[in-house]
Design a protein around this ligand. Structure first.
Ligand code: ZN
Length: 288
């Protein structure tokens, strides 16, 4: 159960290698959780899986996402250094296992808040009861905590159909979840309600909400700025347009992959999603 769930989440995370290799790779003993100060009382934890956001203050600890189950103790140790090993709130940006893997552990003592589709999709994966969000919402919800408004806003039909971004009103920070792969092509999970066009629409909304000096926490990759998010948006938009134009000229998926994207995008295909996978995603996400 645990192993199959892990494989499932790694597959969801975009990995296409055989499951035997996945099991061999699922060793978290060497993972270190690194704490990056973001701004004010907000920090970002990097380990394996999605970046974790932390608000630490007089009200206690609130975290956003929780990586993989075997990392729960290491995450606890990292947040203990920020004030407490037990968060009062755990917010999930979406349901993927590299962002909710420790839910079952933290959910024993923390209130999990997420979009209603996170709950339904986790139920669909037979997740234990303690892993499920207990407070769900449709469009948005605000947690008043550590002296500021912490607002989850649903981002429909983008990375999945379960996603939210999290805005910190006072600290001027946004956690983008997997609506931001800083420096790489994004994973768009079409099997779980994601679309490339919805992803672009959501990025446009987020860009309109933040300022030039907003600190931008990505789901994956290093801490970023609004300019980094804008660069990412332009890459997603421009490469999607190029791929769609080739598709409209009756080129097959294979022909577009063979043609490839401009050399300027080479570094964007070095991460999670390589160029071929990105071309296939865009091709499949739009009608001809
Ligand atoms: Zn994801």
């Amino acid at each position: 159960m645990k192993a199959s769930k892990l494989i499932n989440s790694m597959l969801l995370a975009g990995s296409l290698i055989a499951s035997g290799q996945l099991l061999a790779q699922a060793d978290y003993s060497n993972v270190n959780i690194q704490t990056i100060p973001v701004r004010g009382n907000i920090s970002m934890l990097i380990g394996a899986g999605g970046n974790i956001g932390v608000s630490a203050g007089d009200d206690g600890i609130l975290i956003i996402d929780d990586q993989f189950a075997p990392l729960a103790d290491k995450i606890r140790a990292a947040i203990a250094d920020l004030g407490s090993d037990t968060p009062k709130f755990l917010l999930n940006t979406h349901f993927h296992g590299d962002h909710t893997g420790s839910n079952a552990d933290f959910g024993m003592n923390s209130i999990i808040v997420a979009h209603e589709n996170v709950r339904s999709r986790l139920i669909g994966e037979n997740s234990p009861a303690s892993a499920l969000p207990v407070v769900t919402f449709d469009d948005d919800v605000t947690v008043h905590f550590n002296g500021e408004d912490i607002t989850l806003i649903h981002m429909p039909a983008g990375h999945t159909d379960t996603d939210s971004v999290v805005m910190f009103s006072g600290s001027n920070v946004i956690h983008m979840g997997d609506h931001f792969f800083n420096g790489g092509f994004p994973f768009v999970d079409m099997a779980n309600g994601g679309t490339v066009q919805g992803y672009l629409n959501n990025l446009e909304k987020a860009l309109s909400w933040i300022g030039d000096d907003t600190a931008v926490v990505p789901g994956h990759g290093p801490l970023g700025t609004k300019q980094d998010l804008l660069d990412f948006y332009n890459v997603v938009k421009d490469t999607s347009t190029t791929i769609r134009v080739m598709k409209s000229q009756q080129m097959s998926k294979e022909e577009i992959v063979a043609e490839g994207l401009d050399a300027q995008y080479e570094s964007w295909g070095q991460g999670f999603i390589n160029e071929q996978r990105w071309i296939e995603t865009v091709f499949d996400s739009y009608p001809r």
